[in-house]
Design a binder for this molecule. Structure first.
Ligand SMILES: [Zn+2]
Length: 271
């Protein structure tokens, strides 16, 4: 089987473009994914702060209640004291009033400290809510942009795929598959000429018999070193090549080397 190398070269350009578009489509959501992850984290922070606010609120309320109760206890004891005439009872009451007063003062201190802390957390909560809002807006904008960018690239991909199908219609499925892989792995170059016995893809010297077969073009040949498809192109090297081909008759050994290379093709593609 032979192929039209001009068509292959054309196909190679189209495939390289196709892969570029495919890669671009894959890259488009990456930035957005990062932004979405950041937003999720901010939302979690917000939730945590919100829960903290709730429990601090309850705590502050309870402290305040206790503070009021301590005040009421103190006042009740003071009233009781006014009515008492027994000195022993009077002393006890004085002690209880003192305890209630200390407790009242301590509770007020704790109340003020915790209230201040609650206000700090509330402020952080407000800031985090603002951040969530702006990050949400950004993600929404990016999502919209992403969708239109992907639609645009998909349109291009559709056009390029049609070109690919047209150019590859005469290729076997197997050859097309191999060719696509070579192009992906070899930086967009999957079909190269030989100059004399040198592969112009990897610049390795090929066995003369093998180079001769490429020149005859009775079958598709893959470079045994770089796996690229080879075709003959006239070059300055031809003269040297021809003189060596005609000057020397091939030994059995040369032929063996060449056939080894050809049969090793299968391994080259079996990653
Ligand atoms: Zn090569």
């Amino acid at each position: 089987m032979t192929v039209n190398y001009d068509t292959l070269i054309e196909l190679q350009k189209v495939l390289a473009q196709m892969f570029e578009i495919e890669d671009k489509i894959k890259e488009i959501p990456r930035d957005l994914n990062v932004k979405e992850a950041v937003l999720q984290k901010t939302k979690l922070d917000y939730l945590e702060l919100s829960n903290k606010c709730d429990s601090l609120n309850k705590e502050v309320e309870n402290i305040y209640k206790s503070y009021i109760e301590a005040g009421q206890t103190k006042e009740a004891k003071e009233k009781q004291m006014e009515l008492t005439t027994l000195s022993r009872e009077y002393e006890n009451l004085a002690q209880e009033i003192e305890q209630a007063r200390t407790s009242e003062q301590n509770l007020l201190k704790v109340y003020n400290t915790r209230k201040k802390y609650l206000e700090e957390v509330q402020m952080k909560l407000q800031i985090t809510a603002d951040v969530v809002a702006s990050q949400t807006e950004e993600v929404e904008e990016e999502t919209e942009k992403k969708d239109s960018l992907i639609a645009e690239q998909n349109q291009l991909l559709e056009e390029i795929t049609a070109q690919k199908n047209e150019l590859s219609k005469d290729l076997s499925e197997d050859l097309l598959f191999k060719f696509e892989r070579i192009i992906r792995n070899k930086g967009g170059v999957g079909v190269v000429p030989i100059h004399g016995t040198i592969c112009q893809g990897c610049h390795m010297e090929l066995p003369q018999q093998f180079a001769n077969d490429v020149r005859k073009d009775e079958d598709i040949h893959f470079c045994p070193y770089c796996s690229r498809i080879l075709y003959y192109e006239p070059s300055e090297e031809d003269e040297r090549f021809e003189s060596s081909v005609h000057g020397d008759t091939h030994t059995e050994e040369d032929a063996d080397v060449a056939s080894d290379f050809i049969s090793s093709d299968e391994n080259i593609f079996g990653d």
